[in-house]
Design a protein around this ligand. Sequence first.
Ligand code: GAL
Length: 436
Amino acid sequence: MPHVTLLPFLLSALLLPHLTSGQSWSPSWNTTVPTCNTTTPLPTVNLTNHLALTPPMGWSSWNYFGPDINETLIKSTIDAMLTNGLHAAGYIYINLDDGWQRYKGRRSSHPLEVDPVKFPSGMKSLADYAHTHGFKLGIYSGPGEKTCAGYTGSAGHAREDAEMFASWGIDHLKYDSCCSHASAPQSEVQSVMLDMSTALLATDRGIVFHACHCGWTDIWTWAAEIGANQWRIGQDISDDFNYPGNREKYYFDVLDMLDRGANLTQYTGPGHWNDYDMLIVGLNGESKQLVGTGASNVEYRTHFSLWSIVCSPLLIGSDIRSLSAYDLATLTNSDIIALNQDPLGIPAELVAEVGETQIYAKEMADGSMGIALLNRGSATADVTMSPRRDLTIPWDVYKMRDLWKGKDLGPYDIPFTVEVQPHEARVYRMWKCAPA
Ligand code: GAL
């Protein structure tokens, strides 16, 4: 898909007078989460790449492997996804996170190159392997001299790097400001993200752009305008369902992330998604990278249900090759995935709350509703959902499908009540019945 136009570069030059080509971005280090509200004029032209019209689905190497990745691992992950049903279920992005680069250290001391020991056949060959098997290949970089794990970053070479990624056949880029830079002013983050976005658009390849800034500087308010397809709404997830406070005063658990997104639903939609971070399903506290003690099968299933219904990208973060049958059944539930991949791309809203139970609901393209009844508490609870009261829709008679039990229910003409286990989400799709 050709995107070549000079306009983005002119815009970039006009908007970013403080960052000229060759200069690197080096925000100050400060772990205080900022209340940045610096406003910068954003492009008035449409920088869309027309990609990611539904939330990207796939796998990312980070949550389990950290930087310990190589060609054999990636190929065997692809092979496993073809045989265990994940590819057929829609998981097509294979995203290499940090650690594919040859050098640790600053860009000014090292070129950006593929690690020849980890990836002896090179990145183009790996992209060919992915494409031949029906997948897309994603890669990771960042605007600084170094990435978060200390590998060579882009440092003012966005155009050159974007061209290199395109020549390899890359389909997705996670461009990470490195979450330690919490105090970077919004205008600086915008400018480096815009630099890479325009550089990607100028290549002859459609590359999904993840502008990753850990949910700081209100990134959801401006990232779509600079051409990002997804952006993290928070700091890194930990392998926990509901850890008291923030683990290590930093990480977000599943419920933290859910709450973080609750007021941000207006910013998500086709081509531009709030990213609740990579999935932790199947990590079981055994990640080589993430902190956390793991979650139960029920909690992982709830996590997957919630990420699906709020339309987050669905990037599996565990070792695909050793997923349990239960985890595979969780990740391949086509009724749940349909909530996530609905073409309208409307995320679920929190519509009702009683004690520790909550009801989330979203509209679907066929006029039905997707509903999650969540019990955040530690005691079993009955949850009652009334279409008129909770969803404010005048459906006097309706039928439901229980998406985890795969069972059709109803019709009903009274509110629907169900028992929900601690940390469980019962998930339904609901249709209006025509009057008899
Ligand atoms: C962090 C990011 C992680 C991972 C890591 C790689 O900033 O939140 O998801 O990409 O960098 O170093």
